[in-house]
Each structure stands twice: as C-alpha cells, then as structure tokens.
Ligand binder design. Structure first.
Ligand SMILES: *Cc1c(COP(=O)(O)O)cnc(C)c1O
Length: 337
C-alpha cells in the first residue's frame, strides 16, 4: 500500500533504527538520559534558543506551551483552522482553561492587522488576551507558508500588547527548506517553538518544545503533570538526533513529488480547485462525476491510500517513505481514473 494519508505514517529506516539501538540511556525524569539531553540541546542550538524539552507528541508540546504562557480565563488568538484548536481535543479549554479568538485567515495564515483586531480591550468583563499562536506550515491550510515579513509584523503587535508568541512548527522544516529560511530567524522571533520529529523527519515518536531556560523549566513541570515524563527515552531521542542530522535537506523531494502529483490531478475533469502546493501537502476539491469518497475508494483499490477531509476535498501528504517510483505509480493511477 502506498500511504498518502499523512506524513506521520513513516517507519524508521535501518540507519535510524541502528542509531536508536546504540543510544546511551538513563532516567530522563531524573534528567539523566544523555541522549535526550543531547537532542534537547541540539534542537535548541539549531534554533539559537536557550533550551528544549523532548515530548511524546506535538499536541503535548503545543498544549504545554499554551499552559505556560497563559492563566485560566485568558484568551488565545489563532486561526480558525489551527491544529491547536481543531485537532487537540479541546485541550486549550481542558488544560489551560482559556478561550480562543479565531481569526479568518487565508489557508491558515493571518495578518498582524487581524491580530490587532482580535485583542480584547482591557476590561474587567473581557477575557485577557495573552497569547498568539502561529502555525507554519499550516496543516489544514494545505501546507501553506507564512511570508517571514508577515511574522515580523505579528511579533511587533505582540511586543506592543505584551502577548506571548508561540509557533506550532510541526512542519516548520518544510517551510524553512522551501523558502530558504533559517531556524535561527524563527528562534529570534518566537517565545516558544514546537517542532515535530515524527512527520516529514521520519521518527516513530517525538516533538521538541523550545524556549528560554525559565520557560522550559516551567514546561518540564507541566509535562510531568500531563504524564509525559518518560524514563529511558534516549532510544526515541536518538531517532530525533538522526532525523535532524539526516532528514531535513531531503524534504524538498517531497515538495517536488507533491507538485508532480497535483499537476497530474489538475488535468482530470473531476478535479476542482487544488490549493496551491507550496510544500508536501495536496488539498484538492473533487467534483462532478466523482465524490471524495469514490475517489478515495478507487485509489485504494489501486493500492494507494489517502483521506477525504471534507464533503468535497481530499488530502494527500508526501513523505520520506514515498519514492519517485511510487510517485510515477500514483500519477499513472490518477491518469487512468
Ligand atoms: C501533527 C500536528 C501537530 C501534532 O500532532 P501529534 O500527532 O500530537 O504529534 C501539531 N500541529 C500541527 C500543525 C500538526 O500538523
């Protein structure tokens, strides 16, 4: 089966598994796992930030960040498509007791002016706006990327109104590779950054939260409260180190593969609007003779798995377990539908 449902379906390569097997480990709740410590400081160094915290998932790194940045009764500003709002089980309310101000962005991206409009007046009866969360690349927005200048403008508003600025960078490396940006540019602007190792970078588990020493000290405590304190987690962290050292540059292949498949799809009558393919995600409207469910079923019958994400849209996600040979097979199948 060629699996395009998500970039989380990748399996560790033999070389990654070997790095995991060889890891030196200790009890990370005691702060004694050398490989976890190495991953945390490597990620922090890459972003020019003070400290990192290894967590089991991107949901946990985001939720911890929100918890540390806010007090119950505060409000978080994010896009209406944001993962932290759509796909984290209501965690903003559950874990942090906060409400959200949802912005009507463009494919998951919003502007500094929208943030400004979204900030509540400082009144007794208003929730206190305390945090802005940016997602780059956007997941539900089809892998779209922010222009860096737009993030700088958002940061200015946050500084003026004393708001924290968090980055859900589950797929940040896709944006960096695509736009020739550097991790340090992002490290300078954001108060906290969450990166996923288990998506395009291909590890079985893990995300890293980055911030100042003080922020990460608080975050470490919240991780424990949420049950995310792991013991000999170095076996997992070793996969993360391997991924950061070996799997970042190749992301551009996924972007090329996504463009090739989208191009083939666009020639078909049943393809409606295809969101501009900026990185490794294709979101396409399916219309006329086929429904998204029909399309998904036909592709599945040909050995290709993907997801219908709404009544009229499908999603395909490229990743490191999809070779160019498979891409040709996918294109051939689409052409014959
Ligand atoms: C996948 C993802 C996450 C985290 O997901 P987990 O499955 O909890 O690791 C967070 N944000 C975005 C934008 C994502 O795509």
């Amino acid at each position: 089966m060629i699996d395009l449902r998500s970039d989380t379906v990748t399996k560790p390569s033999p070389a990654m598994l070997e790095a995991m097997l060889k890891a030196k480990v200790g009890d990370d709740v005691f702060g004694e796992d050398p490989t976890v410590n190495e991953l945390e400081s490597l990620a922090a160094k890459i972003f020019g930030m003070e400290a990192g915290l290894f967590c089991p998932s991107g949901t946990m790194t985001n939720q911890i960040a929100i918890k540390v940045h806010t007090q119950p009764g505060d409000e978080v500003i994010c896009d209406k498509l944001a993962h932290i709002y759509q796909y984290e089980g209501g965690g903003i309310a559950f874990n942090s007791g906060c409400s959200v101000k949802l912005l009507e962005g463009d494919r998951g991206r919003f502007t500094a002016e929208q943030v400004l409009e979204g900030i509540n007046a400082f009144e007794d009866y208003k929730a206190r706006t305390s945090l802005v969360a940016v997602e780059n690349t956007t997941n539900r927005g089809g892998g779209s990327c922010y222009k860096f200048d737009d993030i700088i403008a958002i940061k200015k508003v946050c500084q003026e109104y004393n708001l924290g600025l968090h980055l859900d960078g589950a797929r940040l490396f896709n944006a960096l590779i695509q736009n020739n940006e550097t991790p340090k540019q992002y490290g300078k602007l954001f108060d906290s950054i969450s990166i996923c190792l288990s998506k395009g970078l291909g590890t079985p588990v893990g995300s890293v939260l980055l911030g100042t020493n003080t922020f990460i000290k608080k975050a470490r405590r919240v991780r424990k409260v949420l049950g995310g304190g792991m013991r000999q987690a170095g076996f997992l962290a070793a996969a993360g180190i391997y991924a950061l050292e070996n799997n970042v540059g190749r992301l551009k292949e996924d972007h090329l593969h996504a463009k090739l498949i989208a191009e083939a799809l666009s020639q078909k009558d049943f393809a409606g609007e295809i969101l501009p393919v900026e990185t490794n995600i294709i979101v396409a409207e399916i219309k006329g003779s086929l429904t998204p469910t029909d399309f998904t079923a036909k592709m599945k019958a040909a050995g290709i798995s993907l997801m219908a994400i709404s009544t009229n849209q499908i999603r395909m996600v490229l990743h490191l377990d999809i070779s160019i040979k498979m891409v040709h097979e996918i294109i051939k199948t689409i052409k014959e539908l």
